[in-house]
Design a protein around this ligand. Structure first.
Ligand code: ATP
Ligand code: MG
Length: 412
């Protein structure tokens, strides 16, 4: 099947009047970056729409790459011709002729006249194109409901587009157009998915990971770096803050409050993330919490844990079922890495019966009794190393780097 272009459709953000050009720029940059491996493909912007000229590139491969572009609602590989009746009919006949037509292949034509000065209405065009098709291919049979082939024709001033398929994109808002947030990224299944959902909603994210060397290994850290690398495929590049958490975490061990350890740890994580957020100009914290999944994710736990920060905590997965989360993890490519068996800092020192209903006053009293805690939290922030990770970063060989971060628009 020969196609000339991909037609790209965008979603809800096109409605937002004054932000439109910022959104369009972000989408345009994102598309440029995902199409970099396809040098012949050419992006064209015309009458407020975006198209990609194939110039011999595979439409399937391009559509696959474009599924990483947030804000893109659907993609159609199209054939183009001048907006003149004769040429539309001729192109339609040739285009349909490229399909494998068996006896009694059902079909219909759906024309849409967007350019009103075109002399034939949408209805007329269905017949004007349908009849020559039936004459050329007698095996075709018209069927209005669920035909095997639906030839869609969109008549615009600049040209006419013919296509069959509408391939869904990921939708959402263009990357980074809704502000910045810190993602608490563990090595688990949930938080990478939460990060992707946040990005899809237009958030620029920076990842924060807490590790407890020597209780957690280099491999556990590399696993999180690899997850960040996979997520960076949706963002161009991502910052990863690696926070040394051992001293903070061991503050809570052996104080006779084992069932509160997770609650205390989570609150400390939020405090540290909040300080990092302030430094980075982020306005929210994103977590992979899903209601009821584990003891620290009951409503009562979320309540007590969440009070450790003034920033809004965004929990994109709060009402998702585990199966849905796993499906998304597989789709976005993080699942295989997430299930690698390396330990997380939270699985250390985990009590037999973590509380599902912590008491805020008790928790606050325990924290107040730990004289070293505030200093250790400060030290953890000071000891944080920040990496910039890109899709082509070599994780095994990587070491802290001091590359300057760049603003979102230049990311690609
Ligand atoms: P995940 O699969 O994301 O690890 P989970 O179901 O295992 O989630 P928890 O381990 O209870 O849940 O963690 C809840 C959330 O707390 C995580 O989704 C993540 O946002 C954050 N979190 C947990 N451990 C860490 C860590 N070591 N570093 C950064 N964030 C963490
Ligand atoms: Mg976890």
């Amino acid at each position: 099947m020969t196609y000339d272009m991909l037609l790209l459709r965008f979603g809800e953000f096109t409605l937002k009047g004054k932000n439109r050009s910022r959104f369009e720029r972000s989408v345009h940059n994102h598309i440029k970056s995902v199409l970099r491996p396809f040098p012949k493909a050419n992006i064209i912007k015309e009458y407020g729409r975006l198209y990609v000229e194939l110039n011999g590139e595979s439409p399937e491969a391009l559509a696959g790459a474009l599924k990483k572009v947030f804000g893109l609602v659907s993609i159609s590989p199209v054939r183009v011709c001048p907006s003149e009746l004769d040429s539309i009919i001729k192109t339609a006949v040739e285009f349909v002729g490229q399909k494998e037509l068996t006896k009694e292949t059902t079909f219909k034509v759906t024309a849409r006249r967007v350019w009103k000065p075109f002399p034939h209405s949408s209805q007329e065009m269905n017949h004007l194109v349908g009849s020559p098709l039936l004459r050329a291919y007698p095996q075709l049979k018209v069927q209005v409901k669920n035909p095997e082939i639906e030839l869609r024709i969109e008549i615009r001033q600049e040209r006419t587009y013919l296509f069959y398929e509408v391939i869904p994109g990921v939708g959402g808002f263009p990357l980074g157009t809704n502000g910045k947030a810190m993602l608490l990224l563990s090595g688990g299944i949930d938080s990478p998915v939460a990060g992707w959902e946040a990005m899809r909603r237009g958030l620029e994210i920076q990842c924060v990971h807490f590790y407890s060397y020597p209780y957690t290994s280099q491999l556990a850290k590399e696993k999180v770096m690899e997850l960040t690398r996979i997520l960076s495929g949706y963002a161009g590049r991502l910052k990863l803050h690696l926070v040394p958490f051992t001293d903070v975490q061991t503050s809570f061990v052996g104080i006779g409050q084992d069932n509160l350890i997770i609650t205390l740890m989570r609150r400390a994580m939020l405090r540290i993330a909040t300080t990092l957020a302030e430094k980075e100009g982020a306005l929210a914290i994103v977590t992979g919490d899903s209601l009821g999944q584990v003891a620290s994710q009951t409503l009562a736990s979320m309540n007590v844990i969440g009070r450790a920060t003034d920033l809004p905590i965004l929990r994109p997965l709060v009402t998702s079922d585990k199966n849905e989360i796993i499906r998304t993890a597989i789709d976005i490519g993080t699942y295989e890495t997430s299930i690698l068996p390396y330990e997380d800092c939270c699985t250390l020192f985990v009590p037999k019966s973590p509380t599902t209903n912590p008491n805020l006053h008790v928790v606050e009293r325990v924290e107040a009794s730990l004289e070293q805690l505030a200093a250790r939290i400060e030290a953890a922030v000071a000891g944080t190393e920040t990496l910039i990770i890109k899709p082509d970063t070599n994780i095994g060989a990587s070491s802290p780097n001091d590359e300057e971060p760049v603003v979102n628009e230049d990311w690609f």
